[in-house]
Design a protein around this ligand. Structure first.
Ligand SMILES: Cc1cc2nc3c(=O)[nH]c(=O)nc-3n(C[C@H](O)[C@H](O)[C@H](O)COP(=O)(O)O)c2cc1C
Length: 172
């Protein structure tokens, strides 16, 4: 079984809660989960299968622990690695910066040779701008809005994991 490395960061615990649900859906025996606060470049480099999760703060900035780690993150060689992203944000309160974080780290991953898995449709969201857009109609990864659409989170996670299975990224 290929183990997936899941690295996440959370300021007020929302992303952390989503991680718990995600681990339940995927099966925690398939995933090694790390708070990015305690992580290192070497730890990330041990995995060819990666999931990164983060929220966006202060008008389009990375969650604080991701922000501190970002200079080191940019040095990671992602060639041969497949990476799925999920981001938390608030599409009403921060409509011009909705889930920018997944775009900020997604671009680094692509520039450094990684392959992005699990791109997610923008259907069902209303926002003005997002650096999290991979292309017209698609985010770099799963967008979750616990502030305005918490009732959709579990379904979105379930569907995203199914998509990742169909893309051959996760085992059934
Ligand atoms: C001061 C503040 C700034 C925020 N800035 C953004 C933002 O620029 N873009 C966005 O999509 N969400 C923004 N949010 C919403 C958070 O990303 C959202 O509440 C998220 O669920 C927090 O997750 P966490 O507790 O895991 O950090 C902001 C929230 C606050 C309180």
């Amino acid at each position: 079984m290929v183990k997936t490395g899941l690295f996440w960061g959370s300021d007020t615990g929302m992303t952390e809660e989503v991680v718990e649900v995600l681990l339940d859906i995927i099966g925690c025996q398939k995933v090694d989960s790390f708070n990015i606060f305690n992580a290192s470049v070497q730890k990330i480099e041990q995995y060819n299968h990666l999931i990164f999760g983060l929220s966006t703060w202060y008008d389009g900035e990375l969650q604080s622990d991701w922000d501190e780690f970002f200079e080191q993150f940019k040095s990671i060689d992602f060639r041969g690695k497949r990476v799925a992203l999920f981001g938390l944000g608030d599409q009403e309160g921060y409509s011009e910066y909705f889930v920018d974080g997944i775009g900020i780290i997604g671009e680094v991953i692509e520039q450094n040779g990684g392959k992005i898995m699990g791109k997610w449709s923008t259907n069902g969201y209303e926002f003005e701008c997002s650096k999290g857009l991979y292309e017209e109609g698609y985010f770099f990864g799963l967008a979750i809005d616990e502030d305005n659409q918490p009732e959709q989170t579990d379904d979105r996670l379930q569907q995203w994991v199914e998509q990742l299975v169909n893309e051959g990224f996760l085992d059934k």
